[in-house]
Design a protein around this ligand. Structure first.
Ligand code: FAD
Length: 466
């Protein structure tokens, strides 16, 4: 009755979850409305997350690699850095991708409504944009994502940024503090340090990159020691004062310096919180947890059967590739298919230098949980390709069930580790064992063959391909 637009499926939010859900639903013949408050499609990932960070990390990696060429007898001299041009390159990358999404939405006849959406009932959403519109829907898919957590005691100051601010790359600070030693903080730290900043990192846990095996992180940390002045572990920031000469930050904990420290730039990267409490979900009857997450079942349904939720808003891990797969399930179920989110594993990657990637059971978890594993280790110091690349600091590690030899997990540290880990994820999904992987002929000389060789090593075969 009271709707300006009617649709089969309303999708709220056009990040990797939202656009994937909208496209799949449209491909299945449903009439789709996609609501997004940003000017472009793509959400956090394309606009202020995965993609711009990787554009800058690639640039940083090339600068570092060019410097490392000195050891190969090739010198380029100091790089001349034009921040405006670099920013333009990064924005161009984003533009290509978000433009591509807009074209795909059009091709599929997905109606995109710009504006902020809030539920007004179990079958209606109000969009406040240039004009206010009410969308009536049969099914809804909530994909409203997350935003970075703000530490309450940090003052408003342009020298204190979150990842979005850091990606704007306004200037390169001399001295930078990274608050939170997780993936996002260390990726941005890598970019800024290659461009010339000195880094301090403060982390509440007892190690950087919580979640990854310590032996993987150790390799990264050794390579990156020259970038890092002070790593403060089991330490918290407790105060910050914006003065003319910088941001003065106070610390508490095991690694805390006694006096406040001065920084030109402070990056807060202490996690992300879901947007569940900002969409009036309760007006549609959808339950939201205190922290703003929306609980869903294996078909991505909320407590209201015709309303689904996907991506960062449904919980950890907050990763784009998880959002996309959940999106397809929600769209297919909305179209009447019997789909189910049934991933055994979701890979994690830190696109630092070297990269750190892991999937499935980690060795530290196996130890904590008392799982008996057979381990295969392939140090890249025995990989012809890694040596030829001048980057043999890494390793590939696979963990197999000690009982039946099936693969349970794997971790890789080294250049391109993120590109390699997909094979380990496939092996886990397929229930492969060490013989399956070891007898699969991998091309030589590649970094990928370290996966086959690690499987061979797990069965006691020594590797004979340098
Ligand atoms: P989002 O991408 O958050 O999209 C939600 C969308 O909903 C947004 O566009 C928002 O504007 C819109 N929205 C919210 N509320 C409303 C409303 N009421 N009305 C209208 N629109 C609304 N993940 C990876 O897998 N790999 C990476 O390398 C990676 N790097 C990252 C780097 C950074 C710096 C950051 C911050 C994140 C990174 N992530 C990465 C995480 C990744 O960006 C998220 O997991 C992913 O974007 C989640 O997708 P989503 O669809 O759930 O939500």
């Amino acid at each position: 009755g009271k709707a300006d637009v009617e649709c089969d499926v309303l999708v709220l939010g056009a990040g990797p979850g939202g656009y994937s859900a909208a496209f799949r639903a449209a491909d299945l013949g449903l009439n789709v409305v996609l609501v997004e408050r940003y000017a472009t499609l793509g959400g956090v990932c394309l606009n202020v997350g995965c993609i711009p960070s990787k554009a800058l990390l690639h640039t940083a990696a090339v600068i570092d690699e060019a410097k490392a060429m000195a050891a190969h007898g090739i010198s380029f001299g100091e790089p001349k850095i034009d921040l405006d041009a670099l920013r333009k390159f990064k924005d161009g990358v984003i533009g290509k991708l978000t433009g591509g999404l807009a074209a795909m939405a059009k091709m599929r006849k997905v109606t995109v409504l710009r504006g902020t959406g809030r539920f007004v009932g179990p079958n209606h959403l109000r969009v406040e944009g240039e004009k206010a519109q009410v969308v009536g829907f049969r099914n809804a898919i909530i994909a409203a994502g997350s935003q970075s957590v703000k530490l309450p005691f940090l003052p408003e100051d342009e020298r204190i940024v979150d990842s979005t601010g850091a990606l704007q790359l306004k200037a390169v600070p001399k001295k930078m503090l990274i608050v939170g030693g997780g993936i996002i903080g260390l990726e941005m730290g890598t970019v800024y340090s290659t461009l010339g900043a000195r880094l301090d990192v403060v982390e509440m846990q007892d190690g950087l990159m919580p979640g990854a095996d310590r032996d993987l992180v150790k390799v990264w940390q050794k390579m990156n020691a020259p970038r890092l002045d002070n790593i403060m572990l089991k330490t918290r920031t407790v105060s910050a004062e914006a003065r003319e000469d910088g941001i003065w930050v106070g610390f508490e904990g095991e690694g805390a310096p006694k006096e406040a420290q001065r920084y030109d730039l402070v990056l807060q990267a202490v996690g992300r919180s879901p947007n569940g409490r900002k969409i009036d979900a309760e007006k549609a009857g959808v339950a939201v947890t205190d922290r703003g997450f929306i609980d869903v079942d294996g078909q991505m349904r909320t407590n209201v059967p015709h309303i689904f939720a996907i991506g960062d808003i449904v919980g950890q891990p907050m990763l784009a590739h998880k959002a996309v797969h959940e999106a397809h399930v929600a769209a297919e179920v909305a179209a009447g298919e019997k789909s189910w989110f049934d991933a055994r594993v979701i890979p994690s990657v830190a696109y630092t230098d070297p990269e750190i990637a892991w999937v499935g059971l980690t060795e530290d978890e196996a130890k904590r949980q008392g799982v008996a594993v057979k381990k295969g280790l392939m140090p890249w110091s025995a990989s012809g390709r890694a040596i030829a690349n001048g980057r043999d600091e890494g390793f590939t590690k696979l963990l197999f069930d000690a009982k039946d030899g099936r693969i349970l997990g794997g971790g890789i540290v080294g250049t391109h580790a993120g590109d390699l880990i997909g094979e380990v994820a496939l092996a886990i999904e397929m229930g492969a064992d060490s013989v399956d992987i070891g007898k699969t002929i991998h091309p030589h000389p590649t970094l990928g063959e370290s996966i086959g060789l690690a499987a061979e090593a797990a069965d006691g075969h020594c590797t004979d391909l340098p």
